[in-house]
Design a binder for this molecule. Structure first.
Ligand SMILES: *Cc1c(COP(=O)(O)O)cnc(C)c1O
Length: 428
């Protein structure tokens, strides 16, 4: 294949073939809304953990579309299942169901260790899964039980309900007023949580590992405290596993892993999306036990696309591949090794995370320059904060590929430090 000018088969329909990155980005700015700024690169093709841009440059993808491409790019098993499903039955609406939808619901409940009476609602994204969770929480309300508790640093999505749960002021302020009742408590403060959770609280919503703030796991004991406090107060414990779920941490769901401190904790609900479809849009709300699962009744929530046969077939293929390829054990072992290696690199001051959801802090505000230097060196990484870098690669990343990155990182960070120093000198 001519990688330099193979924009994509679909782009050929619009006559965009043969354009280079610069030309395509000009067209992007003319026709795409500016909410994302200008994208870093135009990507045209991928295979496994490798992607290529419109100029033919190759990258090792250590971000996986932000923890989405669990099976990497163009996985033959996934594309085979999805193509089969699409050429058999693509969409039916929720007036009807299909075997793929039922099978994915059953499989998710099984993997989550869900008790009898547990249920699944399918959505198309993380924010929609959290909207469903928000409405679930509202159904646990009464005139005196009105509050929903979330944490500082939380990210739960961009639609209005999920945004009300999200802590970041810059995301919220332009769209106020927010749906009411949400209170943000200091991150990881167990005493504040125990003091706040009483009979006026409908739900506590937590990420087991906060992703967007730079991969920050809940401190030991916090999840257990949240479970105890919510149970005592009759509030729901809802875990947002949109980023941390579906094998990302080396467990099927993060609540089954380190964050529970060896305890077997079952939340009342979890939300999933990102990695679930390995690139196809699919989200889910899982509710545990009959009581919670019956809070939303016929007609109280819905979606046209949610749970469609193609998206749920992609979910089934993802779960099947994670299991049959032994990826959970692989993710645990490789993640641990990668964190150890990162901790020994110059400029790296703290490494966090579990499995292949990894955040690390640098010794100065140079994360944006590091992302750019990494791209130049052929690696895709991400900076959730001014001095924080994040890795969320495909779960199929090999030890050799990880080692290639850690070998290149010292030079990347040296370059980033030099560029950052030069820019701040220019500015002063
Ligand atoms: C990405 C993310 C969301 C939002 O998911 P979208 O699919 O972008 O709507 C919600 N919660 C968490 C923890 C996330 O990481």
């Amino acid at each position: 294949m001519n990688t330099a000018h193979a924009v994509s088969t679909a782009a050929g329909l619009a006559g965009l073939e043969g354009l280079d990155s610069k030309q395509l980005l000009e067209k992007y700015r003319e026709s795409l809304m500016g909410v994302f700024g200008t994208p870093q690169r135009v990507l045209v093709r991928g295979k496994g953990c490798t992607v290529w841009d419109a100029d033919g440059k190759e990258y090792l993808d250590l971000l996986g579309g932000i923890a989405v491409n669990a099976l990497g790019h163009a996985d033959e098993f996934l594309t085979g299942i999805v193509a089969d499903q699409l050429s058999t039955l693509g969409h039916v609406s929720n007036f009807f169901t299909s075997p793929a939808q039922i099978a994915l619901a059953e499989r998710l409940l099984e993997l989550a260790g869900a008790p009898a009476g547990s249920k699944v609602f399918f959505a198309n994204s993380g924010t929609e899964a959290n909207e469903a969770a928000f409405k679930l929480a509202r159904r646990n309300s009464s005139p005196t039980r009105t509050k929903i508790i979330a944490l500082e640093g939380a990210f739960h999505g961009r639609t209005m309900g999920a945004l009300a749960l999200t802590a970041k002021q810059a995301y919220r302020e332009p769209f106020e007023p927010m749906p009411g009742g949400v209170i943000h408590l200091p991150f990881g403060d167990e005493d504040a949580l125990r003091a706040a959770v009483d009979e006026t609280v409908a739900a506590v919503v937590l990420e087991p590992i906060q992703g967007e703030v730079g991969v920050r796991p809940l401190p030991e004991g916090f999840l257990l405290a949240a479970r105890e406090a919510t149970t005592a107060a009759g509030a729901l414990l809802i875990l947002d596993e949109v980023q941390s779920g579906v094998g990302r941490t080396g467990n099927w769901f993060a609540f089954q892993g380190n964050v529970a401190g060896g305890e077997r904790i079952l939340p009342d609900a979890i939300t999933l999306a990102k990695g679930l479809g390995s690139g196809l849009p699919v989200g889910a709300l899982l509710t545990f036990g009959a009581e919670t699962s019956n809070l939303l009744t016929a007609g109280q929530h819905g979606t046209t696309f949610g749970g469609n046969p193609v998206a749920t077939a992609a979910g089934l293929a993802t779960l099947h591949a994670i299991e049959s390829r032994g990826l959970l054990a692989h993710v645990s072992a490789l993640g641990e090794r990668l964190r150890e290696q990162l901790a020994g690199i110059d400029h790296v001051v703290e490494v966090r995370g579990e499995g292949l959801l990894i955040g690390f802090d640098l010794d100065c505000d140079m994360a944006a320059a590091a992302v750019e230097a990494a791209l130049d060196a052929g690696f895709i990484i991400n900076s959730p904060g001014p001095r924080t870098l994040r890795l969320a690669p495909p779960l199929i990343l090999t030890a050799e590929q990880a080692a290639r990155f850690t070998a290149a990182l010292p030079d990347i960070l040296t370059t980033a430090a030099a560029r950052t120093a030069a820019t701040s000198k220019d500015a002063s």
